[in-house]
Design a protein around this ligand. Structure first.
Ligand SMILES: [Fe+2]
Length: 207
């Protein structure tokens, strides 16, 4: 991460089920919050601790209640609009499009539609391949409850081809570690590295 212009703060906000929220900052002060939820006081403290941050976006990985419960509380100190998949259940969100590049710092954060856990699931990738925010699509060594075929296609065709250097930051603290590189997950995550739909379905029996 040291070579990246971005800093990622993985916030253990508790919430419904060991949820994570994220604060991402760029060298120029641009900042993003992903999935505001749980104890929003923790998010506020992380934000206030860094000076001169410029709120750019509140991004949702999907609209399950445990990921969006803190939106209104966060908007009181983080003056940014909410962005989400067009099928989001959060009224008033700005609709994103697949592969949209949201300007952020000197580069951008890319929007990647990843159906499977829900129809409105989105992952977000920092342009320098330093981080991938996966919500309930990809956990460390697991994947989210899902429509099997949609999730298999997402894993195989969308996530697996991404660069190994991306650190996977998921929506819940479910893994042996809170985060790991995508390269490591390609080796260890049976949902990500299933080579066929049959193999993926077999792995789902353990979910
Ligand atoms: Fe979810």
């Amino acid at each position: 991460m040291s070579s990246s212009e971005y800093n990622v703060f993985q916030l253990k906000v508790g919430g419904f089920d060991d949820n994570f929220s994220y604060l991402i900052t760029a060298e120029n002060g641009d900042s993003i919050i992903i999935d505001p939820c749980g104890d929003t006081g923790i998010i506020k403290t992380a934000f206030k601790r860094r000076k001169k941050l410029n709120p750019r976006y509140i991004l949702l990985t999907h609209s399950h209640q445990d990921h969006i419960s803190g939106i209104k509380a966060v908007q009181k100190f983080f003056d940014a609009e909410v962005y989400a998949h067009p099928k989001t259940a959060w009224h008033g969100a700005q609709p994103l499009s697949d592969h949209q590049k949201l300007p952020f710092g000197k580069g951008y954060i890319e929007v990647i539609f990843t159906p499977g856990h829900t129809r409105d699931c989105v992952c977000y990738r920092l342009h320098d391949n330093s981080a991938l925010f996966t919500g309930d699509t990809l956990f460390i060594d697991w994947c989210g409850y899902c429509n099997a075929f949609e999730m298999y296609e997402t894993m195989r065709k969308i996530i697996f081809p991404m660069a190994d250097s991306n650190i996977v930051y998921s929506g819940h603290d479910y893994g042996r570690v809170p985060y790991a590189t995508l390269g490591e997950e390609k080796l260890k995550n049976p949902y990500l590295n299933a080579a066929s739909f049959a193999e993926f379905k077999e792995a789902l029996k353990n979910l």
